[in-house]
Design a protein around this ligand. Structure first.
Ligand SMILES: Cc1cc2nc3c(=O)[nH]c(=O)nc-3n(C[C@H](O)[C@H](O)[C@H](O)COP(=O)(O)O)c2cc1C
Length: 378
């Protein structure tokens, strides 16, 4: 199907809500991807996690200039539960948690890095806490709401009620990721408007229920009160059609944007992603302390091995490893290099522009829906 033949729009409640052509949401930490997907008729959502508030301001100003007036969103991570949630101040939290990281874990990590020839540390990570605490994510929310964002999303549990109220005051739609119908109910009860029902196939933090089973359960639980998007394992138009057939109003995707032309995926991770099959991921606590899906490599295997001291709770596991990640990315034998990605990685075999990924999704979606229509007629 040539570009001229693509339908001008695929209309659902969610395209009406955001004024977009296609019900395709693209989560990415890369501003170029976010702007490109929104310009192509979907809705790009920038993951704020890895940015300081000052950096986030720069990224969002750039998007404002490059998104051509199209809507886009921002995603923060305010977990409902984490170590140190009772401490008010980010600096106090950081130093308290640093002191709680056991020497045994530091030793295990140092030995693992040495075994794989990774260069030794020269500095301690100053920003290892990242955005995944209430204390560090709130300043990101403040920055985000100063920009013309259409959507604010939160991962890892219902967002605090005052954050939902603040988003609504700014005319911003609030979204939340949920991996069970019970979690979706909790989100809707605090006022979340859009539920991203994310199956276990997904890259990043993920639950245990497959997308196929989860979506109808979530739609039946909250579909009359909130808009439901299907997420986890969606990278083809047939999967998009399946998501809509299961009752979702659109699809929320993450992994497939890691291999687009615009992506800033680390150089040593990209070939691994392109070569991986759908069997090459694992759900592991080895990155953040909470279960997340990654490429299975020597890193995930080592943390699962007999020698492993076990995982630290969020956010301490990432604090432990944050300083090592850039060194793993640039030195050593490369075997430890991993990346959050979902099972759809098996279909991510070539690099395309983000806009082409959007058009290919729509093209195959149309073919799938037409095929189903013909089956009924015949
Ligand atoms: C590299 C990567 C990082 C992610 N980081 C976040 C995050 O910070 N916040 C969030 O809400 N979701 C995050 N996710 C999950 C996505 O928002 C999305 O739900 C998921 O990728 C959908 O499944 P898929 O990977 O099969 O497309 C991440 C996913 C990937 C692949």
């Amino acid at each position: 199907m040539g570009e001229a033949a693509y339908p001008r729009c695929v209309r659902t409640r969610v395209t009406e809500l955001f004024g977009i052509e296609y019900p395709i949401f693209a989560f990415s930490h890369c501003r170029d991807v976010v702007a490109a997907v929104s310009r192509a008729g979907g809705l790009g959502v920038l993951g704020a996690l890895y940015f300081t508030p000052e950096e986030l301001e720069v990224e969002l100003s750039w998007i404002d200039e490059h998104v051509g007036g199209r809507p886009y969103g921002v995603d923060v991570v305010m977990p409902a539960k984490y170590e140190g949630a009772d401490l008010g101040d980010a600096e106090e939290l950081l130093s308290r948690l640093q002191g709680m990281i056991p020497a045994e874990h530091r030793r295990f990590l140092d030995d693992l890095l040495a075994e794989h020839g990774v260069e030794p540390s020269t500095e301690t990570a100053g920003r290892a806490l990242l955005g995944w605490t209430d204390q560090t994510a709130r300043p990101q929310v403040e920055v985000a709401l100063k920009h013309p964002i259409a959507l604010l999303a939160n991962a890892l549990g219902p967002p605090p009620a005052d954050v939902v109220a603040l988003a609504h005051e700014h005319g911003v739609t609030m979204a939340g990721l949920a991996s069970s119908a019970r979690h979706a109910r909790k989100q809707v009860d605090v006022g979340v408007d859009v539920i991203v029902a994310q199956g276990t196939e997904a890259g990043g933090h993920t639950g245990e229920i497959s997308t196929m089973v989860l979506i109808p359960e979530v739609v039946d639980e909250v579909g009359s009160e909130a808009v439901v998007l299907a997420a986890g394992g969606i990278g083809r138009g047939r999967q998009m059609a399946a998501g809509l057939a299961l009752g979702a109003e659109g699809v929320w995707t993450g992994s497939i944007w890691l291999t687009v032309e615009e992506a800033d995926t680390p150089e040593r991770a990209l070939p691994k992603l392109l070569a991986a099959t759908s069997r090459d991921t694992v759900r592991s606590r080895a990155w953040t302390g909470k279960p997340a899906r990654f490429l299975k490599t020597a890193w995930t295997e080592a943390w699962e091995s007999d020698k492993s001291p076990g995982y630290l709770p969020m956010p301490m596991q990432f604090m432990l490893i944050a300083d090592a990640l850039p060194r793993i990315a640039r030195s050593g034998d490369g075997e430890l290099v991993t990346f959050p990605v979902g099972q759809i990685v098996g279909s991510m075999n070539r690099v395309r522009p983000a806009s082409q990924v959007v058009y290919d999704l729509i093209g195959e979606y149309v073919d799938a829906v037409e095929r189903l229509g013909r089956i009924i007629e015949e």
